[in-house]
Design a protein around this ligand. Structure first.
Ligand code: ADP
Ligand code: XUL
Length: 555
């Protein structure tokens, strides 16, 4: 490949997140040259989702009809073409997707996938009948507590599960979800030829055959041995019979899986040599998009709020998750996921100021740090860590063990107090759990904010103060999406380079991407000098509130 030819190459990344499907096209210098998105609630109203999800039969169940995602893919590819993106230049495609969700392919589905007719839409060919379960359980689903207990018991307890898979069993994790399908819909499970994660499903569409699951997203299943990077026999046995053949062999998150299916060559003019690089979960992909080292704490403010960090060794944790690092070999990433993120901020925004972010921010900025001692914890949905549900508001006079503490106060006296109490409460919660996970806040600590709410500078300032660290954002686009396109570029480079120079030393992902795009971060907020003085004591106050909420669950 001569440099001229390489200059024309582009890399396409997708992010199939909770609320949208997003796409981004990068040129050979990794600048964004085209983008498109499809919002599930508004662009595909026929699926009747709220925040991209459908509620199930009970309050713990959430699902999506996979055909919605396929229809979204039809639309987004058309939107890219309409935006004049030249898809004939795409050298490689990769993707990122919400973690943990699982899709169950029927025999018919796999045949349809392998025989796509380029004159027709994808969703008319890969329809409901392509899946033996047409309600894909997604990460918001918390209905598998029973299966979690069963799986942990079968392998000798939660500590053993944690040691092998990097996490104890969590209801949204794929293993317990697969077990629930096996128990409640045994025939469907038996008919399932293959099982995909949402990320590997994305790769599957482009590959025209069921794609391998990557190590990082596989770490969110309670099925992978994260040190060996192979399926753990003990975990598979604790989950469901004959599972290994349904999952296929896991691969590296930058592996080239093959060339794009002929459907895309004929219909959208992709080159027949276009490579499909393994897709991964949105959190690992965000870490790949951020290109940061171990002093950074990454905070993604999407539908869920998540905290991510690089780890050389898996720490011994009771809570939180350790995943195989998506781009650095023999390294791990720490992940904390909180269910009550943007949707709670949205609901308070709506109730206090009619859904206007600008007004929300003006009110947030009009109140002092520490909010006169008023603090709130809003766990509208059952939180993941701590396992608690409910809302608690305390003013400065509330004593943690007083008779009123469990109920708190009903409402604060003004919208501005309400708004600051929410944001400070959320960020104190995140900081407390990060500390519990073993993240050491030092002078060099920096925060990288990403996800939908990272456009909001007023919220970022609160984050900077609560964590007492400078906050940066990513230039270009959201980290998970950038991570997808970056991995496409790196996977392609390694693949080509290895073919041409099999003995050349392997350049690391971070070195390669930074050599092309060195200035990708922008400083947006710095902490005020008195931050630690204010938020140090409030951290304990938050902990008292969380303990109170947890105790409320028991009563
Ligand atoms: P996901 O990837 O989980 O689908 P995104 O990362 O796209 O979600 O984030 C979507 C969220 O971003 C929305 O729920 C919305 O509340 C939030 N958001 C968008 N703009 C703002 C803003 N200006 N201030 C605060 N939050 C915002
Ligand atoms: C991570 C998690 C969520 C989803 C959706 O464990 O459940 O962050 O990946 O973004």
């Amino acid at each position: 490949m001569g440099p001229k030819e390489g200059d024309k190459h582009t890399f396409l990344g997708f992010d199939l997140s909770t609320q949208k499907l997003k796409a981004i096209l990068l040129n050979a210098k990794l600048d964004v040259i085209a983008s498109a998105e499809v919002k599930f609630d508004t662009d595909l109203p026929e699926f009747r989702t709220t925040g991209g999800a459908n509620p199930g039969l009970n309050k713990f169940e959430f699902f999506v009809q996979p055909v919605m995602w396929i229809k979204a893919m039809d639309i987004i590819l058309d939107r890219l073409v309409i935006s004049e993106a030249d898809l004939s230049t795409v050298a490689a495609i990769s993707g990122s997707a919400q973690q943990h969700g699982s899709l169950y392919w029927s025999k018919h589905g796999i045949t349809a996938l392998e025989n796509l007719d380029p004159t027709k839409f994808l969703h008319t060919q890969i329809d409901d009948s392509a899946f033996v379960v047409n309600r894909t359980p997604i990460w918001m689903d918390a209905s598998t507590v029973k299966q979690c207990i069963e799986m942990e018991t079968a392998i000798g307890g939660h500590t053993e599960m944690l040691k092998i898979s990097g996490s104890k069993c969590y209801p949204r994790f794929t293993g317990p979800q697969i077990r629930k399908i096996y128990q409640q819909r045994t025939h469907a499970y038996e008919d399932a030829q293959r099982i995909s994660l949402v990320s590997s499903f994305l790769a599957t569409l482009f590959l025209g055959k069921v794609a391998s699951i990557d190590y990082s997203d596989a770490s969110g299943m309670n099925l992978l041995d994260i040190r060996e990077k192979t399926w753990s026999k003990a975990c598979l046995n604790a989950c469901a019979p004959d599972l290994e053949q349904r999952l296929g062999t896991p691969v590296s998150s930058t592996a080239v899986l093959g060339n794009v299916a002929d459907y895309f060559v004929q219909r959208f003019c992709f080159p027949a040599t276009c490579k499909i690089v393994a897709c991964t979960g949105d959190n690992p992909s965000a870490l790949a998009g951020m290109l940061v080292d171990k002093n950074w704490l990454s905070l993604s403010l999407g539908t869920s709020d998540t905290l991510m960090m690089s780890l050389e060794e898996p720490p011994n944790l009771e809570e939180g998750h350790v995943l195989c690092h998506p781009t650095e070999q023999d390294t791990f990433m720490g992940l904390l996921c909180f269910r009550n993120g943007s949707l709670v901020r949205e609901s308070i925004n709506k109730s206090e100021v009619g859904g206007n972010w600008q007004m929300f921010n003006e009110l947030l900025e009009s109140t002092p740090r520490g909010n006169f001692g008023n603090l709130a914890v809003h766990f509208n949905e059952m939180e993941i860590i701590p396992k608690a549900k409910g809302t608690l508001r305390w003013n400065k006079d509330m004593q943690p063990n007083s008779p009123d503490a469990a109920k708190g106060i009903i409402k604060f006296r003004s919208p501005q107090i309400e708004i600051r109490a929410l944001i400070e409460g959320q960020m104190l919660h995140h900081r407390a759990i990060a500390e519990d996970m073993g993240f050491h806040f030092i002078t060099e600590t920096k925060i990288l904010a990403t996800g939908g709410a990272s456009v909001n500078k007023s919220i970022l300032q609160v984050i900077s103060d609560v964590f007492n660290a400078p906050v940066y954002i990513q230039m270009g686009s959201e980290a998970a999406l950038m991570g997808a396109a970056y991995r496409a570029a790196y996977g392609y480079f390694i693949h080509e380079n290895q073919a041409q120079h099999p003995d050349a030393p392997r350049i690391s992902y971070r070195d390669y991407i930074l050599s092309l795009t060195p200035n990708h971060l922008q400083l947006v907020c710095e902490p005020n000098k008195d931050s630690e003085q204010i938020y140090g004591p409030l951290l304990q106050r938050y902990r008292d509130m969380a303990i109170t909420l947890e105790a409320n669950q028991a009563t």
